[in-house]
Design a protein around this ligand. Structure first.
Ligand code: CS2
Ligand code: MG
Length: 402
């Protein structure tokens, strides 16, 4: 079998997505997500201009060889654009392989290690009361695990409170909006938020919180300690992780479990974090960390060090990535949890999928391949729209992590 054709589809059914489609001489095709929020067209060009010409004529069954060819063969390694492009190719090849053999991809990954995949949803509110109502709604929908984010009193447009009702959309059409940040106000507020959440909902639900890289290690240590009474499932992205050893400081002070990695692209970004047991959950995603093949290597390293997976699954990762993540999650032994932000209705129509949600857990379905498709005619009705994530500044105007 040979790859004879391929193209990149950029569409905006509520938000921008980049999708790679590879077609074989036997008429089967595979798809992969290549969406990099706010930098979508860079990956589209990388694929169209530099990767697709290399794939024509290749055997789609050589998944690992193709990965190595694109990674080592480019000379220039790693980085979000390169790794999203490689991730899309890898995902599409697993899809083709599953369709060719007539089995769901998780069968090719060792079969299911569990019956279903625990997911967490997002309860966001502008203030504590609003957030409590959102948590209640997620409990009613059957979620067992819920990420809780709330606007901080005194700060406008705080991270975690995006547009959308059952989905959360932080990217804004046009140029990036700016938001304001105060670590002091935030650190005073978050323990109070979780005290209210636990007292209203009791000990049972699993609660998560995302800091979005906004603290220093010692500030994160203080927050982790303050949150210990409320038993978080995890505290996410407490500090920027370019400095992996910074996590040692947090770890010395708190037993709150730590998660990190949604912006990582390769195993090298988390090697020290995993091997020194500085984290509990690794959040690398199929789309941004080189596809299913590379994610499996990260999970295997993590398994040795009691680190479990917790793949990123925000709305800017398309249903193609969601489907691929669910096959990975179902099969990998050291799975922890999967993020699941629902997509808008337009997005779901453009990407028909087999995956299902029931009582706080998901299943990828049993269709051959990934069990997800793209309706290209419908996608063409939603052309790309420039959009960016917000930029954050401290109250004195200094640029800060968003
Ligand atoms: C967040 C994301 O899902 C998460 O944990 O950190 O919403 C993040 O803001 C977006 O994926 C950025 O593109
Ligand atoms: Mg996050």
């Amino acid at each position: 079998m040979k790859i004879v054709d391929g193209h990149v589809i950029v569409c905006c059914p509520g938000r921008n997505f980049v999708t790679l489609k590879l077609i074989t001489d036997e008429g089967t095709y595979g798809i992969g997500d290549a969406t990099l929020n706010g930098r979508e067209l860079a990956v589209a060009s990388y694929l169209e201009d530099h990767v697709l010409p290399l794939l024509i004529g290749r055997n789609p069954g050589r998944i690992e060889d193709t990965w190595q060819y694109l990674y080592k063969g480019a000379y220039w390694r790693r980085g979000p654009v390169t790794m999203a492009a490689i991730g899309a190719v890898d995902t599409a090849l697993w899809d083709i392989q599953g369709k060719t053999l007539g089995v769901p991809v998780y069968h090719l990954l060792g079969g299911p290690s569990r019956d279903s995949v625990l997911v967490y949803g997002h309860a966001n509110g502008t203030d504590v009361d609003d957030t409590l109502r959102a948590v209640e709604r997620y409990c009613e929908l059957g979620y067992q695990a819920i990420r809780v984010q709330s606007g901080v009193p005194g700060l406008e447009g705080t991270y975690g409170v995006g547009r959308g009702d059952m989905y959360y959309e932080p990217a804004e059409p046009g140029l990036p909006p700016e938001q304001r940040w105060s670590t002091e106000l935030y650190l005073d507020f978050v323990p109070e938020l979780f005290a209210r959440v636990r007292s209203e909902f009791g000990p049972e639900p699993m609660f998560l919180h995302d800091v979005h890289h906004r603290l220093t290690p010692i500030e994160a240590a203080r927050l982790g300690k303050a949150l210990e009474p409320y038993h978080l499932f995890w505290l996410e992205d407490a500090v920027p992780a370019e400095l992996q050893e910074g996590f040692r400081i947090i770890r010395q002070h708190t037993t709150t479990p730590l998660a990190v990695g949604e912006v990582f692209n390769t195993i090298h970004d988390c090697q020290q974090l995993i091997q020194e047991q500085l984290i509990d959950y690794i959040r690398t995603a199929v789309v941004h960390a080189g596809g299913i093949s590379h994610l499996r290597k990260i999970a295997s390293l993590a398994e040795l060090y009691h680190v479990r997976t917790g793949c990123h699954g925000a709305t800017d990762l398309s249903p193609v990535c969601m489907a691929a993540a669910l096959h990975f999650d179902l099969s990998v032994h050291n799975f922890g949890i999967q993020e699941y932000m629902r997509h808008s209705e337009e997005t779901d129509r453009v990407f028909p999928h087999e995956y299902t949600f029931e009582r706080g857990a998901m299943h990828p379905g049993d269709a051959p391949g990934l069990g997800v498709d793209i309706d290209e005619e419908l996608a063409a009705e939603y052309p790309y729209q420039r959009a960016y994530l917000p930029v954050n500044r401290k109250l004195d105007g200094t640029v800060h992590s968003w």
